[in-house]
Design a protein around this ligand. Structure first.
Ligand code: MNH
Length: 430
């Protein structure tokens, strides 16, 4: 999802925010964004009584593939509430406890692959993390393995899914293609991709119809008759699209920041050693890795892997007593800029996990940190992602000394998500 547009529009806009914020407009091809970057205004926008989620064009264009799935459903569509209420229990603490052993199993596959490289060749962090999160969501959500670690190349399902999302992005960011033929060919190919994705998901569902459905996401959906089969398919694709790259990129950024600062790496590892030791962590132990959790939050502060989300006023209003906000006109919360707002002090670029010590969190406005969006339409997978990231980081810290190549400089690609470009690590077994 990162290759389609060689752009850094969101990153440029973030640099402009200090001067032009907390509210400013910018155009991107034929799209216009009204950015909001100040913590106070974002706090106001979080009020679900006055404002609601807006399905922004970049999401809207995914509707041919994921329709009224949770992420792209309009607020007025009945399936949003139905699916939300049905699926919430699948993201509860007790559900995480059930997914934990599967997550550990996928960690073993990662370690097997990385053990082969340790000591003599660098590992490609973003590729490995993408394989890992795809396996985790496939197996915990639907009892399906993509065989990512056994493959030399990316699974065609992932290629098709990324093509579909990229196709959508191109539609909103480029003027309609002049010579109809190319446009027609792209549209046909998109149809083929969607048909292929639907075919695979139908196969996964067919394998589960009848018999024991189990307690995972798919099992919950199949056991109830609340959602129709097309909507179930939309949800399956939604979880694969929304739960995979956001999480893997967050792991990659966290690994970068740990490896970039030996002192921080050392504190994280000391904690892992004292809480877990050498064995595989239990569910409860992962929850006790407080320093590691702060490092993950700090990484999501500097690189919120979803660059932002969009809000719209339910009725004409004035934001912050100053900015006219007519009903129906969307405002985009630009997360990397919000996360560098004045409330973060005078060195916002500095990576410092202790910003997330409880007393420091209490001293900031409540809405200065929003990597998972806000309100009723916030990320349903937040706990799932955070548990998984902490678990995977702890396994890597237990097992390897990891260093960055001497000449590595962090740069992020951007598309629907941010991701570190060309990140590799050199590993030696501990
Ligand atoms: Mn997730 C919504 C970020 C992991 C499934 N997610 C959102 C939103 C943000 C977000 C921001 C709000 C979008 C909007 O307002 O338009 N999500 C993340 C990040 C990570 C992440 C930064 C990882 C890190 N998300 C996951 C995982 C899953 C998932 C893992 C699934 C397993 N997210 C969703 C779904 C929604 C969502 C589904 C839509 C929820 C709703 O509207 O009801």
């Amino acid at each position: 999802m990162t290759s389609m547009l060689q752009t850094s529009f969101m990153q440029e806009s973030t640099r402009m925010a200090r001067e032009h914020g907390p509210v400013f407009k910018r155009e991107f091809f034929n799209l216009e964004f009204t950015f909001v970057t100040g913590a106070e205004l974002v706090g106001e926008l979080s009020d679900d009584r006055r404002f609601e989620k807006h399905v922004l064009p970049a999401l809207e264009v995914a509707r041919p593939a994921i329709g009224d799935g949770l992420l792209t459903a309009y607020n007025h569509e009945p399936n949003w509430r139905k699916a939300h209420d049905l699926l919430m229990p699948a993201f509860s603490q007790s559900a995480m406890r059930m997914y934990h052993p599967l997550m550990l199993d996928v960690c073993r596959q990662l370690i097997e692959a990385w053990d082969r490289a340790a000591g003599h060749e660098s590992v490609h962090v973003t590729d490995s993390m993408a394989k890992l999160t795809l396996e985790v969501i496939g197996r915990t959500g639907f009892g399906y393995s993509f065989g990512s670690f056994e493959r030399a190349t990316t699974h065609p399902f992932v290629v098709a899914l990324e093509d579909v999302l990229n196709h959508g992005q191109r539609l909103v960011t480029r003027p309609p293609m002049a010579g109809g033929f190319l446009g027609k060919r792209a549209a046909e190919r998109n149809e083929e991709n969607i048909a292929y994705l639907n075919g695979i998901v139908d196969e996964v569902m067919a394998n589960r119809v009848g018999g024991d459905h189990g307690n995972d996401l798919l099992g919950l959906m199949l056991d109830s008759d609340v959602l129709d089969p097309v909507n179930v398919r939309n949800q399956v694709l939604t979880f694969l699209a929304a739960g995979h790259e956001t999480t893997s990129a967050a792991m990659s950024f966290t690994l970068y920041y740990l490896a970039a600062d030996p002192e921080i790496m050392d504190r994280a590892r000391t904690e892992v050693d004292s809480v877990i030791g050498d064995a595989e962590p239990t569910f409860e132990q992962v929850a006790k890795l407080r320093y590691l959790r702060r490092a993950i939050d700090e990484s999501l502060r500097l690189w919120p892997t979803a660059p932002g989300y969009s809000r719209v006023a339910k009725e004409d209003t004035v934001l912050g007593g100053k900015y006219e906000m007519p009903a129906g006109e969307p405002f985009f919360v630009l997360l990397p800029a919000l996360h560098r707002d004045w409330v973060w002090g005078d060195e916002p670029e500095r990576f410092d996990p202790d910003r997330f010590l409880p007393e420091q969190v209490r001293s900031r406005p409540g809405h200065a940190f929003k990597p998972f969006g806000t309100g009723i339409r916030a990320c349903i997978g937040r706990q799932f992602a955070l548990h998984q990231i902490a678990l995977v980081m702890s396994r890597i810290l237990q097992r390897y000394n990891a260093t960055l190549p001497a000449d590595y400089r962090l740069r992020a690609s951007e598309g629907l998500t941010f991701s570190p470009i060309g990140l590799t690590l050199d590993l030696t077994p501990r």
